[in-house]
Design a binder for this molecule. Structure first.
Ligand code: MLT
Length: 233
């Protein structure tokens, strides 16, 4: 079956054992991770705290750090997908810490497998899950413990893609599906009105939002192996 957890604050209520967890943070952490891997990053090391990221930075790793939507001073990379479309990241391991996305990943590690999902790789995620034939929990990163629109919409879109192979486990799977179906013809318009889009607008990143609602641009799935995400086709 497929279930949806609407906040990292609720993930302890779900039994992750033996299941696939798909972590999603559409704006923008998981969209960034997929983009970086598609543009040749060797692996991504998601860390929950700035202190952990700093210790990697001190060892010479390429590091991205975001808090409140903005780049953290002292770190070379920000949290825009467009910062990962260049030669500099090819073949490199990249360490990333963000407000919500990386926290959701580190809270999912008791699952059988942890995948990173975004609209830009949603079909690849669905195909991977069908091949594995396991129960799935979509873990929405939200914002500081609160539920958000864009991650719930992704959950609904994935439920729609998997509803032939997976039963809908609980009410959140039904409600995210209905919500997605009610706005899917104009996803950008819906996501533009989200709280985080408004937060990001102040940072002038409307093109990031447009990019992050594009569907199935990349055909790969970042999968957690130990403490690193590696790309699986
Ligand atoms: C997060 O992890 O909270 C986000 O990716 C924030 C952002 O938009 O940079």
């Amino acid at each position: 079956n497929i279930d949806v957890c609407l906040s990292p604050e609720l993930i302890h209520l779900y039994d992750l054992e033996g299941k696939i967890v798909v972590v999603v943070d559409i704006l923008r952490a998981t969209s960034v991770m997929v983009t970086a891997m598609a543009h040749g990053a060797k692996e991504i090391i998601p860390v929950a705290t700035l202190d952990e990221a700093k210790s990697y930075l001190d060892q010479g790793y390429l590091c991205a750090a975001e808090r409140g939507g903005a780049q953290v001073e002292g770190f070379p990379l920000d949290n825009s997908p467009f910062s990962y479309m260049n030669e500099e990241i090819k073949g490199q391991p990249i360490v990333i810490t963000t407000t919500n996305g990386t926290l959701a990943i580190t809270k999912s590690t008791s699952a059988d497998q942890v995948l990173v999902g975004a609209f830009i790789n949603i079909q690849a995620v669905a195909d991977y899950i069908v091949r594995q034939g396991k129960d799935v929990i979509v873990h929405c990163a939200g914002w500081k413990g609160k539920t958000n629109m864009e991650d719930t919409l992704f959950a609904g879109a994935l439920v729609e893609l998997l509803c032939e192979s997976h039963d809908l486990a609980c009410d959140t799977a039904h409600l995210s599906l209905k919500y997605y179906q009610s706005v899917k013809d104009n996803l950008f318009e819906a996501v533009k009105n989200s709280a985080h889009a408004k937060r990001l607008n102040k940072l002038d990143v409307i093109k990031d939002i447009e990019f992050c609602v594009g569907q199935s641009i990349y055909d790969l799935v970042p999968v957690l192996e130990g403490d690193k995400l590696v790309a699986v086709k």
